[in-house]
Design a binder for this molecule. Structure first.
Ligand SMILES: Nc1ncnc2c1ncn2[C@@H]1O[C@H](COP(=O)(O)OP(=O)(O)OP(=O)(O)O)[C@@H](O)[C@H]1O
Ligand SMILES: [Mg+2]
Length: 314
């Protein structure tokens, strides 16, 4: 989809017509595609039937409109999955975290969010059919908690060459929320040049929380977060990579019933992440992964534990 072609290059539009359109504020293809023929002919001296053709051409150029479900299904064919290493969690979420999609994990302190991120950054490097994509990882570390030692340990326990595994993880530390956003955009270049299958942002919200603390900052924070998520979704789609984000939960002591925790970012994240997993500690060394949102899997829970091997079934 390109919005960059000059209006006069649209079939049926000469320089003069393009000028007329621009004078009335139709500066790009989308504004024309979204207009009605009556509107255009009313505002300009362009006749209604010509306007209709121009609108059609703009819509064609933008490849707008409906696809049949079978075409959508075919495109989904490109989607591949990375195993979480726990069969039960994989089963719960439909095979693993998916490319072209944002998957979110949220939970309290020490619930295993970063551990899951480390596991995935190792697993993505396994071959296809073995839970991986045979590709590397981009890791945006916003809390300074990326642990090469732990990644090494997981890799060794999977009979992988630990140094090679570390070599295939591109880590960047984000110093504040703006920097984090810049890094997400810079990741574009690495994704262009390297074989990458996974982008991790651990955590998505920490820096935003620190940078926008006042009540009045809330709207701006949500706006920025929204843009950041939009950028990440774009990365996922354009490069067919999985995006995995973590999110600390905020305690809400005033909530008397139900779960007193809520993911930061609220409804914005709710809509942005297709898959949402909630991690919590259970009895003993058991942990629970709850699938909260998925486009096609029912809600459910899977027990797991964290060992030297990483995330494993309980
Ligand atoms: N090598 C290991 N073997 C067993 N368990 C481990 C190992 N390394 C870490 N863990 C477990 O993982 C927990 C930490 O989980 P993790 O760092 O993923 O939490 P988190 O959800 O990212 O928390 P935060 O919100 O603070 O970032 C530790 O408390 C420990 O129980
Ligand atoms: Mg963490």
């Amino acid at each position: 989809m390109s919005d960059e072609i000059d209006l006069k290059d649209l079939p049926g539009v000469g320089e003069k017509t393009a000028e007329k359109l621009k004078d009335e504020g139709y500066k790009d293809l989308m504004s024309i595609a979204a207009a009605s023929s009556g509107e255009i002919s009313g505002k300009t001296s362009i006749g209604e039937s010509t306007a209709k053709k121009i609108i059609g051409a703009a819509r064609n150029e933008l490849e707008m409109g409906f696809d049949t479900a079978s075409k959508v299904y075919e495109e989904k064919d490109d989607i591949t999955q990375i195993s979480t290493n726990s069969d039960k969690i994989d089963e719960l979420i439909g095979g693993g975290i998916e490319t072209q999609t944002i998957s979110e994990v949220y939970g309290g302190y020490g619930s295993g969010k970063s551990q899951m991120a480390f596991q995935l950054s190792v697993n993505v490097q396994k071959e296809e059919g073995e839970g991986g994509l045979g590709k590397g990882c981009v890791f945006i570390d916003t809390e300074n908690t990326f642990s090469p030692e732990r990644v090494k340990e997981i890799a060794e326990n999977h009979d992988m060459d630990p140094d090679e595994v570390l070599d295939n993880i591109y880590v960047a530390r984000a110093y504040n929320s703006d920097h984090q956003m810049v890094l997400a955009n810079e990741a574009d270049e690495i994704l262009e040049e390297q074989e990458i299958g996974l982008v991790v942002v651990d955590s998505l919200t920490g820096q935003f929380r620190a940078d926008y603390t006042g009540r009045g900052d809330l709207a701006e924070r949500q706006q920025k977060l929204n843009r950041h998520l939009h950028d990440l979704q774009r990365l996922a789609e354009v490069h067919n990579v999985a995006v995995f984000i973590s999110n600390q939960v905020m305690s809400k002591p005033d909530v008397m019933f139900g779960d007193p925790t809520e993911a930061i970012g609220g409804h914005i994240l709710h809509h942005a992440a297709a898959f949402r997993m909630y991690l919590r500690k259970g009895k003993g060394d058991t942990r629970i992964c709850k699938l909260v949102d998925s486009p096609y899997k029912p809600e459910g829970e899977a027990p797991f534990k964290i060992t030297e091997e990483g995330i494993v079934d309980k």
